[in-house]
Design a protein around this ligand. Structure first.
Ligand SMILES: Cc1cc2nc3c(=O)[nH]c(=O)nc-3n(C[C@H](O)[C@H](O)[C@H](O)COP(=O)(O)OP(=O)(O)OC[C@H]3O[C@@H](n4cnc5c(N)ncnc54)[C@H](O)[C@@H]3O)c2cc1C
Length: 439
């Protein structure tokens, strides 16, 4: 059995960050000559697949403004985690690894190279410089405490694809279930359970939504536009977001759809009556839109409904909305009956999108749910169930909105877990060196 000081399970954003901060902290506390053995085990054939596909291959590493309100999860705990390692800390740290960032108008931060590979390579380079051993094809199947030894607590025993390893501290960073082909298939939660943790129900979040066949989404495929979306559950509005929506061959996607999707998915799972309503003229309500159509009818009576709507909407969408309101697009605006006009206004400002289902784990960017945050100490990410075990990243019950927040969560929890695990190891070493310690 191979002994090590710290075993990190999962070499995604959280696991690699944890390993780097563990090694850095140990170097600061012990000096460069008595470094702990840190091993990162990952089940995937190649390391970092999810980092490479993130942000459309550009990796949106964080956001210019990160606040607890950008996350779903126990607000107080999220606040404390972010206070320990915020967006500024992320920027400084990535700069120290040689990753220069640029800010886009939306506030999203990307590497200046526009390549996620820059981020992955910087993380792996730092691991190598710090003698952290990163091992692909090492899926961990069992995590347990060893038999009671002279040492207290007993080290952890890990069974992995190539053998067995013992570790004084373990950092569990196995991700959630989003994009399982990258290696994050939810199996890591079984390891957490085997150490006494609970895991909430989990759902795809930041996921595209599939619309009922026969809706006009196919004709609009590829079209992107600003909208306001509201999710209603049993008649109560539970979420409202403005942003860009993309029509696709299966339904809808784009930042605003991904952001509201978790609320739709969770309400649906609770068995509530869920509705997704869209305002195609964000900022305009029913009355304002009605007043606009009436003024057009008065000033340009012969203008067709299709041309009129196309002043404010993409022509293809204008046509589709006129049809769904039961009006021919060629009808002059002034000839619309009051009822027809109201139907058109309704279609433009309060359109019921017939969502059938979410697009599933293969298309979700993140997981809603996981190990409850209350089961870890937010100062160290140490388990309250199994001392010496730390948890980090997406496997915890916290998910961020679109914009770099999920990586921010991975960096911040990785930082806390890595630093604390190393401090624990160094404290043990100091205690063992004290003259009055047991022979
Ligand atoms: C398509 C896509 C685009 C995204 N874009 C962005 C973006 O631009 N910005 C952003 O902030 N977020 C983005 N995200 C979300 C973000 O990538 C994740 O939240 C983040 O990578 C989670 O990091 P993690 O380290 O916790 O988990 P993961 O990256 O999922 O890593 C977990 C690792 O654990 C390994 N593993 C699992 N089980 C075991 C086991 N039993 N033994 C050993 N290893 C195991 C897996 O192989 C995996 O490598 C995106 C996600 C997707 C799917």
């Amino acid at each position: 059995m191979e002994p090590c000081d710290i075993a990190v399970i999962g070499a995604g954003a959280a696991g690699l960050t944890a390993a780097i901060f563990a090694a850095d902290t140990a170097r600061q506390q012990r000096g460069p000559h008595a470094l702990p053995r840190i091993v990162v085990l990952d089940g995937a054939k190649t390391i970092g697949a999810k980092i490479l596909v993130s942000g459309g291959g550009r990796c949106n590493v964080t956001h210019a403004e990160v606040t607890p309100a950008d996350f779903n999860g126990s607000r107080n705990i999220v606040r404390n985690v972010l206070a320990a390692f915020d967006g500024t800390a992320t920027r400084r740290w990535l700069a120290s690894l040689g990753v220069e960032l640029k800010r886009e108008d939306s506030g999203k931060l990307f590497p200046v190279t526009d390549s996620a590979r820059t981020v992955l390579e910087a993380l792996l380079r730092r691991c190598m410089d710090l003698d952290v051993s990163v091992r692909p094809r090492h899926r961990v199947s069992v995590l347990r405490r060893g038999p009671l030894p002279a040492q207290d607590p007993a080290p952890f025993i890990l069974d992995h694809a190539s053998g067995r390893l013992s570790a004084t501290r373990v950092i569990l960073a196995t991700g959630g279930r989003s994009l399982p082909r990258t290696g994050s298939d939810g199996g890591g939660w079984d390891l957490a359970r085997s150490c006494g943790h609970s895991v909430t129900d989990t759902y795809p979040a930041l996921v595209p939504l599939v619309l009922r066949a026969g809706m006009f989404h196919r004709e609009l495929s590829g079209l992107s536009q600003p909208v306001a979306l509201s999710v209603f559950a049993d008649g109560t509005r539970i979420d409202h977001q403005r942003g860009s929506m993309l029509w696709t061959h299966f339904g809808i996607s784009g930042p605003v759809v991904l952001d509201v999707s978790r609320h739709w998915v969770l309400a649906q799972a609770r068995g509530q009556r869920v509705e997704l309503r869209c305002n195609f003229l964000p900022g305009w309500d029913f009355e304002q839109t009605d007043a606009w159509l009436r003024s057009v009818a008065a000033q340009r009576p012969r203008l067709s409904l299709g041309r009129c709507l196309a002043d404010r909407l993409a022509a293809r969408l204008a046509l589709a909305l006129a049809q769904s309101a039961g009006c021919a697009a060629a009808t002059p605006v002034a000839q619309l009956t009051r009822e027809q006009r109201r139907q058109v206004v309704h279609a433009c400002t309060d359109f019921l999108l017939p969502v059938e289902r979410d697009r599933g784990w293969n298309y979700a960017e993140v997981t809603a749910g996981g190990v409850p945050l209350e089961e870890v100490d937010y100062r160290t990410m140490e388990s309250r169930k199994a001392p010496g075990l730390h948890l980090a990243g997406e496997m915890l019950a916290c998910d961020g909105r679109i914009g770099g927040f999920n990586f921010q969560w991975a960096w911040a929890t990785g930082y806390l877990a890595g630093r604390a695990a190393a401090s624990g190891i160094c404290a043990n070493a100091r205690a063992a060196r004290r003259p009055d310690s047991a022979p």
